[in-house]
Design a protein around this ligand. Structure first.
Ligand code: 9D3
Length: 255
């Protein structure tokens, strides 16, 4: 799968693309990422990418022509119509389901906003507009990288364990269960004194049916406590539905 990012801060992308799973996927050619400096598509002596808003008011607006030129350059290299995603606070919320849908495309272009945003005419060339959540950032680069990261995980071969992608929290609609690794006990000094922190016995028991059931229960009880909204459209098997009824029953007195 190919990603083209258009930004005025190309170096912002170097860190996230240069480490870990994304780096390996790029090295292996499973994903192909092209980062374009919007300034390379300007034609004036000062390479200006922004200008004052018509009608007045604070802040600057990204000029449309460098963006049109960048898109034309990306489009000329490809034959097919481009999927152009604009990152903006006005966009639809980006979700795991959106990530999976986008991962079925061969190529996406991500336009990163800065300043007050884009000249409205850019939307002529935009297929979708996405926001990553209700908080205010300084620009669209981090959101574009968030989208790229979440989409790339669905591309076959990017994440080593295909099963872990499918079983992920949110894909399944539940939060994850707790995880433990060695050592079996660890000392923790806190205000209340020195304590030994152990590992739930069931995980050391070797009883895999019990372990599976414990993990289901923990995932469900966390989801019920922290993100009950997720349970509305989680897909639960019969055992999970039964455990959830028990948990809800046990909670009754406490609410
Ligand atoms: C004064 C109005 N602001 C809109 C809410 C202006 C504004 C603030 C921040 C315009 C652009 C930005 C930069 N943010 C993004 O480009 C952005 C973003 C975000 O801030 N939060 C969540 N998702 C996204 S996607 C792009």
């Amino acid at each position: 799968m190919r990603f083209d990012l258009v930004t005025i801060f190309p170096r912002l992308c170097d860190g996230p693309l240069g480490e870990g799973i994304l780096r390996r996927a790029i090295e292996r050619g499973i994903v192909d990422v092209h980062v374009h400096d919007l300034r390379d598509h300007t034609t004036d002596r000062h390479r200006s990418v922004d200008d004052v808003p018509y009608g007045g008011g604070p802040g600057m607006v990204l000029k449309p022509d460098p963006i049109f030129r960048a898109l034309d350059a990306i489009g000329a290299e490809r034959g097919t119509a481009l999927t152009v995603i604009l990152t903006s606070p006005q966009g639809r919320r980006f979700t795991q389901a959106e990530a999976e849908r986008l991962s079925r495309l061969e190529h996406i272009v991500l336009l990163c906003g800065r300043y007050e945003g884009f000249d409205e005419r850019v939307r002529e060339r935009v297929t979708e507009e996405l926001s990553i959540g209700d908080y205010v950032l300084t620009g669209g680069e981090l959101p574009a990288l968030v989208v790229l990261d979440a989409v790339a995980r669905f591309v076959p071969g990017v994440v080593g364990d295909e099963q872990s992608v499918a079983q992920d929290s949110f894909s399944r609609g539940l939060l994850d269960h707790p995880h433990y690794t060695r050592p079996a006990t660890i000392r923790s000094a806190s205000r209340s004194g020195e304590r030994e922190l152990g590992v739930p016995d069931v995980l050391m028991s070797g009883n895999h049916a019990e372990i599976r059931r414990w993990r289901k229960r923990e995932a469900l009880s966390r989801t019920l406590e922290r993100r009950p909204d997720l349970l509305d459209d989680a897909s639960l098997d019969d055992e999970e539905a039964q455990i959830l009824r028990e948990l809800k029953g046990a909670r009754h007195g406490r609410d």
